[in-house]
Design a protein around this ligand. Sequence first.
Ligand code: F6R
Length: 600
Amino acid sequence: MCGITGYIGTDDTGSIVHQGLENLEYRGYDSAGIAIAGESLTIQKTEGEVGELSVPTHADGMVGIGHTRWSTHGEPTAPNAHPHTDCTESVAVVHNGIIENYEALKAELRDRHTFTSDTDTEVIPHLIETHLEDGVSLVTAVQRATRRLEGSYAIAVTAADHDGIVVAREDSPLLIGHGEAATYVGSDATAFIDHTNRVTYLKTGDIARLTDDDVTVYNDGARVQRDTQTLEWDADAAGKSGYNHYMLKEIHEQPRALRQAISGRINDFETGVDLDIDLTAEYLRAVEEIQIVACGTSYHAGLYAKELLETAADVRVTVTIASEYEFSGGRDPQETLVVAITQSGETADTLSALRDAIRSGARTLAVTNTLGSTVTREADETVFIRAGPEIGVAATKTFVSQVATVTLLAAHLGEARNVLSTQATRDLLAGVQELPGAVQQILDQEPTIKEAARTHADSEAFFYMGRQAGYPVALESALKLKEISYDHAEGFAAGELKHGPLALVTPDTPVVAVLTAESAAEKTLNNVKEVKARGAPVIGVTSDPSHTSSVDQMFDIPECGPLEPVVANVALQLFAYYVADEKDRPIDKPRNLAKSVTVE
Ligand code: F6R
């Protein structure tokens, strides 16, 4: 996935577009480029990060578009970086998504047009050029060109001698920011949140013409109205606030993120939870199965949710990696609730699974962080996790906020299905309310965890094991370490140790054991003995001081029942962070990854 930014106004266009790209770099960072349009186009591109792209200073235009890329078609080189232009170099296009029929279009255009990149995107400016030759306006040329495109796209287009930006979206997200005598465009609000929080989300099929004081939106050839809303995020929330990395800042924001996730949702201990969703108690009682679909960290939150939901709501729960999902036989769509968990709300695999569920006729519920994202528009119901902007590519605060939110969902379902007694609901909700404080206690142990990370940073590989809710936490903690440190890390269900991973355990492979309450710690202690017998150093994460003698090092977790493992995860986020920091890795922008993956 990539980032799009654009600006039209009277301030310093080059600096504003460059700043927008810096804000968006977490979306992709292997090449970048800017086009400024005046009487002619000024284009700058770079292979590498936005920092290597100089700020255009002598461009004469008040219109600019920019792009930071995460390569899909063609290597991350300057010729493949966006913006791409037509033959006359007077039309510039930046694009997110994939044009599926680009080879056929290229073959058709090749006789009269010269292509200079390996990208799918380059067909777009050449198609627009073809229509501009008929003397139509830029917006009409874009309308006609996009009719030829198959696939998903968000594009921003500008051209020499045209006084605006034309944008279009099909599936890929795109939104417009409204400033004072200035208009912005972005693939997400971070592109321009320093300047305005008044936004318009475009819908799929929309094409819009932007000037500094006007936005005209068309869909299917007709003018349409789109609402403007005010975002609660502000520029400060997206800054680093003195931390070396966004990831560390976001780890430290977790107590606040958790309070936001819970705030106003627990009515009182007697009357339970208000998630503002339109699923009646009657419907929830009739649900036979909940199918959770998600990817990566969100998939791990889904596995955690299964533990909570099956216990609290006595309902069968399946959790499927979204790219493997298919609404399969033997299920009655009327009795199946499909829950898509996605921080960004834009992950292509998760959206594809959700659409499969919608086609089958099942009710759908999105659990997401992102207002206005595609998932919120396509799912029947949405619950926001309210974690605030997460810029570091490695998900941290959104994982704990997802777990807190699905805990509320579990309490809601448990009540609706008459499974949870009042006392059990109280206990579960009391546990959620204790989470911010419990996480703060972990953050207070940062120096100890940092020291442990330094000690083990040069290890050959890392293993993480746990049971029940400790199992998704083992998976998630291993994912975090491998993403940002580039060390091999593997998480597994502790019971699987002797079925394979034990072969790899040596004195140079630390093993982290999740020994929290409600994760069958007693059984996992047997696995601890097995790895210690092979000389591996063991770090235990536990609230039970009696486990101290069984491990080489302890990270102490406060007691909080079924939510103890998610608190353990916070300690292991810090551990991963400091292993990566010791190795001087680019923690916020790990190689080859992007914050949201909008291609399947
Ligand atoms: C890992 C990470 C990814 C995402 C995954 C799903 O730190 O961030 O594994 O969790 O790409 O993204 P969302 O939640 O946006 O659907």
